[in-house]
Design a protein around this ligand. Sequence first.
Ligand code: HEC
Length: 395
Amino acid sequence: MRLLIIILLGFALGGCSAGSGKGLDVSGRPLSEGGDLPLAATLASIQANVFNPSCIVCHSGASAPLGLRLDAASSYTALVGVSSSQNGSFKLVAPANPDASYLIKKLEGTAAEGEQMPLGGPPVPQATIDFVRQWITDGAAPDSGGPASQPPVVVSLTPVPASASTDFPSQIAAGFDQDVDASTINDLTFTLHRSGGDAQFDNGNDVVITPAAVALSPMNARLAVMDLTGVAAVEDRYRITLSGAGTNVILSVSGLTLDGEFAGSFPSGDGTQGGDFVAEFDVQGLQASLDSIQANVFTPTCAFSGCHSGPAGPNLPAGMDLSSADASFASLVDVASIQVPVTMRVATGIADDSYLIRKLEGTAAAGSRMPLGGPFLDQVTIDVIRAWIDSGAAR
Ligand code: HEC
């Protein structure tokens, strides 16, 4: 439910930035999109007229209900010949047999389990469902497969645009409505920045994120994946850009440029080639990185004047300088404790052997538990500091 609220919030924000909403349909999509495909018994038409406007607000991304993704990149493989997770005796789409297809039961409200789809929305008109029935009767074929004549659009993104999470994502995945040219998915066309802590972009302090890899998925020519393995988790606002303008752009296999403009709901685009896709998400709360620990723990609870405020030197407490991330790194990582010199304050990779952790958990052999006089850090917070140390205590 929280996710749904975030999605709806994203829609509301998107609506604002799009101005009065003129030229947008009820789900915020440009009127020129989707509507230009007349209702027909083809998957492309059902995608444009049913799944995109009524279903993918929920049924897309990592938290799609029952794992059922109905975005254009996923709907065929997610439906045809696949068993329902709600009632395993039915296929979601049983080719040639609409009456035995659980998708139809969910649309018509005759399924024994759960609610009629779209959940909470007005039912799809029977005349429209009849096209879905006809498509199934005809064998539930995938799209004709010839080169698309429309520019590619973005139909899904994880993390969800305008969402907020306590966990830093391990990857970013962008889905397109058609196969894209793998050579055009790279670190020039698919980029990630963070705001530098002020939640504002283009004001001089943005930080470019260097991902482990950016590539088209080898399993799915409609899915671009940015691998964030090894990227320092920092609490901040992040901005994803998929390039449809400038020198380096994302192209479909038929050579058309990404139609990227994004107003908060999928698919992207204003109906003509070109335009960047830009979406933001927030990572909130303490992360296992020194910048985050500095901002959330050291600065507010350790670096008071007269405590660990510097300058660095042999005199405690000021000499163990925790007043900035650089100072903390220099004072802590692989630096011997003054109280117990055989122990490193932070022993890279080994939280259990780090004097800092013993001081925070109250198990040090000398002196007092920190922060002196309390209140002490909760174990959840200490565990994040442990995770930072165990993963290598990187600056
Ligand atoms: C507001 C969110 C929401 C929307 C919009 C929505 N669904 Fe669902 N869908 C759910 C949830 C939650 C479930 C599981 C609970 C239930 O069935 O009531 C579900 C279950 C399903 C299932 C059962 C899947 C299985 O494996 O058994 C199908 C099929 C389905 N939805 C199709 C659709 C279609 C088609 C649309 C658009 C016409 C749609 N849904 C719109 C939230 C949504």
